[in-house]
Design a protein. Structure first.
Length: 215
Protein backbone atom coordinates (compact mmCIF):
# COMPACT_ATOMS: atom_id res chain seq x y z
CA UNK A 1 0.00 0.00 0.00
CA UNK A 2 2.90 2.32 0.83
CA UNK A 3 4.52 1.58 -2.53
CA UNK A 4 1.24 2.32 -4.32
CA UNK A 5 0.90 5.69 -2.59
CA UNK A 6 4.50 6.58 -3.42
CA UNK A 7 3.98 5.64 -7.06
CA UNK A 8 0.81 7.75 -7.19
CA UNK A 9 2.56 10.82 -5.74
CA UNK A 10 5.44 10.37 -8.19
CA UNK A 11 2.99 10.14 -11.11
CA UNK A 12 1.19 13.30 -9.99
CA UNK A 13 4.47 15.22 -9.64
CA UNK A 14 5.53 14.06 -13.12
CA UNK A 15 2.24 15.12 -14.66
CA UNK A 16 2.46 18.46 -12.88
CA UNK A 17 5.83 19.13 -14.51
CA UNK A 18 4.33 18.50 -17.98
CA UNK A 19 0.99 20.35 -18.11
CA UNK A 20 0.71 20.14 -21.90
CA UNK A 21 1.17 16.38 -21.88
CA UNK A 22 -1.31 16.11 -19.01
CA UNK A 23 -3.91 18.17 -20.87
CA UNK A 24 -3.50 16.06 -24.03
CA UNK A 25 -3.79 12.85 -22.03
CA UNK A 26 -6.95 14.01 -20.24
CA UNK A 27 -8.47 15.28 -23.50
CA UNK A 28 -7.70 11.99 -25.27
CA UNK A 29 -9.30 10.06 -22.43
CA UNK A 30 -12.39 12.28 -22.54
CA UNK A 31 -12.71 11.91 -26.32
CA UNK A 32 -12.36 8.14 -26.04
CA UNK A 33 -15.10 7.93 -23.40
CA UNK A 34 -17.33 10.26 -25.43
CA UNK A 35 -16.83 8.26 -28.63
CA UNK A 36 -17.61 4.97 -26.92
CA UNK A 37 -20.73 6.48 -25.36
CA UNK A 38 -21.92 7.79 -28.75
CA UNK A 39 -21.30 4.43 -30.44
CA UNK A 40 -23.16 2.57 -27.71
CA UNK A 41 -26.08 5.02 -27.95
CA UNK A 42 -26.25 4.53 -31.73
CA UNK A 43 -26.12 0.74 -31.44
CA UNK A 44 -28.74 0.87 -28.70
CA UNK A 45 -31.08 2.86 -30.95
CA UNK A 46 -30.45 0.98 -34.20
CA UNK A 47 -29.82 -2.60 -33.11
CA UNK A 48 -31.17 -3.11 -29.61
CA UNK A 49 -34.45 -1.23 -29.52
CA UNK A 50 -37.38 -2.39 -31.60
CA UNK A 51 -39.92 -0.07 -33.18
CA UNK A 52 -43.02 0.50 -31.02
CA UNK A 53 -45.27 -1.45 -33.39
CA UNK A 54 -46.92 -4.86 -33.41
CA UNK A 55 -44.45 -7.66 -34.25
CA UNK A 56 -41.60 -5.39 -35.46
CA UNK A 57 -39.38 -8.41 -36.14
CA UNK A 58 -41.69 -9.39 -39.00
CA UNK A 59 -41.31 -6.11 -40.91
CA UNK A 60 -39.40 -6.11 -44.20
CA UNK A 61 -38.28 -3.20 -46.39
CA UNK A 62 -38.48 -3.55 -50.16
CA UNK A 63 -35.77 -1.70 -52.07
CA UNK A 64 -34.46 -1.68 -55.61
CA UNK A 65 -30.97 -2.58 -56.83
CA UNK A 66 -29.32 -1.70 -60.13
CA UNK A 67 -30.76 0.71 -62.67
CA UNK A 68 -33.42 3.34 -62.08
CA UNK A 69 -36.85 1.72 -61.81
CA UNK A 70 -39.89 3.84 -62.62
CA UNK A 71 -40.58 7.37 -61.48
CA UNK A 72 -39.16 7.48 -57.96
CA UNK A 73 -37.38 9.90 -55.69
CA UNK A 74 -34.69 9.13 -53.11
CA UNK A 75 -33.04 6.04 -51.67
CA UNK A 76 -35.14 2.89 -51.22
CA UNK A 77 -37.92 4.57 -53.24
CA UNK A 78 -40.09 2.90 -55.85
CA UNK A 79 -42.96 4.43 -57.78
CA UNK A 80 -46.48 4.28 -56.35
CA UNK A 81 -47.82 2.29 -59.37
CA UNK A 82 -45.10 -0.30 -58.74
CA UNK A 83 -46.01 -0.49 -55.05
CA UNK A 84 -49.68 -0.84 -56.01
CA UNK A 85 -48.79 -3.66 -58.40
CA UNK A 86 -46.78 -5.43 -55.70
CA UNK A 87 -49.63 -5.10 -53.22
CA UNK A 88 -52.31 -6.36 -55.61
CA UNK A 89 -50.21 -9.38 -56.62
CA UNK A 90 -48.70 -10.04 -53.19
CA UNK A 91 -48.44 -13.71 -52.28
CA UNK A 92 -45.59 -13.39 -49.76
CA UNK A 93 -46.47 -10.83 -47.10
CA UNK A 94 -49.45 -10.58 -44.78
CA UNK A 95 -50.00 -7.06 -46.09
CA UNK A 96 -48.06 -4.10 -47.47
CA UNK A 97 -47.97 -0.33 -47.02
CA UNK A 98 -45.98 2.54 -48.49
CA UNK A 99 -44.62 5.76 -47.00
CA UNK A 100 -42.80 8.82 -48.28
CA UNK A 101 -41.09 11.33 -46.02
CA UNK A 102 -41.74 14.99 -46.85
CA UNK A 103 -41.62 18.27 -44.86
CA UNK A 104 -44.85 20.17 -44.30
CA UNK A 105 -45.65 23.83 -43.71
CA UNK A 106 -48.44 23.86 -41.12
CA UNK A 107 -50.60 26.90 -40.33
CA UNK A 108 -53.06 27.04 -37.44
CA UNK A 109 -54.46 29.93 -35.39
CA UNK A 110 -52.40 32.45 -37.34
CA UNK A 111 -49.08 30.65 -36.72
CA UNK A 112 -47.09 28.83 -39.38
CA UNK A 113 -44.26 26.38 -38.74
CA UNK A 114 -42.40 23.53 -40.37
CA UNK A 115 -43.29 19.99 -39.38
CA UNK A 116 -41.63 16.71 -40.31
CA UNK A 117 -44.18 14.75 -42.28
CA UNK A 118 -44.96 11.51 -44.06
CA UNK A 119 -47.30 10.59 -46.88
CA UNK A 120 -48.61 7.12 -46.03
CA UNK A 121 -50.97 4.59 -47.56
CA UNK A 122 -54.22 3.57 -45.90
CA UNK A 123 -52.72 0.26 -44.78
CA UNK A 124 -49.88 2.00 -42.90
CA UNK A 125 -51.41 2.03 -39.43
CA UNK A 126 -53.37 -1.25 -39.66
CA UNK A 127 -50.29 -3.20 -40.84
CA UNK A 128 -48.12 -1.73 -38.09
CA UNK A 129 -50.79 -2.37 -35.49
CA UNK A 130 -50.64 1.26 -34.37
CA UNK A 131 -53.79 2.71 -32.87
CA UNK A 132 -55.03 6.21 -32.14
CA UNK A 133 -54.72 8.11 -28.88
CA UNK A 134 -57.58 10.30 -30.08
CA UNK A 135 -59.83 10.20 -33.12
CA UNK A 136 -59.02 7.55 -35.73
CA UNK A 137 -56.15 6.29 -37.83
CA UNK A 138 -56.07 6.08 -41.62
CA UNK A 139 -57.70 3.05 -43.21
CA UNK A 140 -57.63 1.47 -46.70
CA UNK A 141 -60.68 3.62 -47.49
CA UNK A 142 -58.31 6.61 -47.43
CA UNK A 143 -56.61 5.16 -50.54
CA UNK A 144 -59.57 5.44 -52.90
CA UNK A 145 -59.39 8.77 -54.75
CA UNK A 146 -56.32 10.85 -55.66
CA UNK A 147 -56.77 14.29 -54.14
CA UNK A 148 -59.98 13.21 -52.40
CA UNK A 149 -58.75 12.66 -48.83
CA UNK A 150 -57.81 16.04 -47.27
CA UNK A 151 -57.24 14.63 -43.79
CA UNK A 152 -54.24 14.48 -41.46
CA UNK A 153 -53.03 12.71 -38.33
CA UNK A 154 -50.71 14.10 -35.69
CA UNK A 155 -48.02 12.27 -33.76
CA UNK A 156 -48.64 12.14 -30.02
CA UNK A 157 -45.58 14.29 -29.29
CA UNK A 158 -46.57 16.95 -31.84
CA UNK A 159 -50.12 16.96 -30.49
CA UNK A 160 -48.77 17.63 -27.01
CA UNK A 161 -46.17 20.27 -27.97
CA UNK A 162 -48.10 22.18 -30.65
CA UNK A 163 -51.72 21.74 -29.50
CA UNK A 164 -51.20 21.20 -25.75
CA UNK A 165 -52.84 17.79 -26.00
CA UNK A 166 -56.23 19.38 -26.70
CA UNK A 167 -58.71 16.67 -27.83
CA UNK A 168 -60.72 19.47 -29.45
CA UNK A 169 -58.18 19.62 -32.28
CA UNK A 170 -59.90 16.56 -33.80
CA UNK A 171 -62.10 17.91 -36.57
CA UNK A 172 -60.21 21.21 -36.78
CA UNK A 173 -58.79 22.44 -40.10
CA UNK A 174 -55.06 23.02 -40.59
CA UNK A 175 -53.44 24.55 -43.66
CA UNK A 176 -50.78 22.08 -44.76
CA UNK A 177 -48.59 23.09 -47.70
CA UNK A 178 -51.27 25.57 -48.72
CA UNK A 179 -54.21 23.14 -48.54
CA UNK A 180 -56.98 22.76 -45.96
CA UNK A 181 -56.63 19.46 -44.10
CA UNK A 182 -58.93 18.15 -41.38
CA UNK A 183 -57.33 16.50 -38.35
CA UNK A 184 -58.94 13.07 -37.89
CA UNK A 185 -56.66 11.51 -35.29
CA UNK A 186 -53.60 11.38 -33.08
CA UNK A 187 -51.25 8.38 -33.29
CA UNK A 188 -50.71 6.35 -30.15
CA UNK A 189 -48.10 7.55 -27.68
CA UNK A 190 -44.52 6.57 -28.49
CA UNK A 191 -45.03 6.06 -32.22
CA UNK A 192 -43.21 8.58 -34.45
CA UNK A 193 -42.83 6.64 -37.69
CA UNK A 194 -40.70 3.73 -38.83
CA UNK A 195 -37.54 5.53 -39.93
CA UNK A 196 -34.90 5.55 -37.20
CA UNK A 197 -33.60 9.04 -36.54
CA UNK A 198 -36.61 10.74 -38.19
CA UNK A 199 -39.48 11.74 -35.95
CA UNK A 200 -42.67 12.20 -37.92
CA UNK A 201 -44.98 14.89 -36.58
CA UNK A 202 -47.77 14.70 -39.13
CA UNK A 203 -49.17 11.97 -41.39
CA UNK A 204 -51.13 12.62 -44.60
CA UNK A 205 -52.68 10.06 -46.98
CA UNK A 206 -50.49 9.28 -49.98
CA UNK A 207 -53.55 10.03 -52.14
CA UNK A 208 -52.83 13.70 -51.39
CA UNK A 209 -49.31 13.61 -52.86
CA UNK A 210 -50.11 15.90 -55.79
CA UNK A 211 -51.33 18.56 -53.37
CA UNK A 212 -48.56 18.09 -50.80
CA UNK A 213 -45.64 17.87 -53.27
CA UNK A 214 -46.51 20.17 -56.18
CA UNK A 215 -44.16 19.98 -59.19
Amino acid sequence: MANLWSDLKFALRTLGKSPVFTAVAVLSLALGIGTNTAIFTLLDQVLLRLLPVKEPQRLALLSMKGFHYGNNWGGNAISYPMYDDFRKNNQVFTDMFCRFRYPFSVSFDGQTERASGELVSGAYFPVLGVGAAAGRTFTPEDDQTPGGHPVAMLSYGYWKSRFAGDPGVIGKTLIVNGHNMTVVGVAQQGFEGVELGYRTQMFVPVMMKAQMTPP
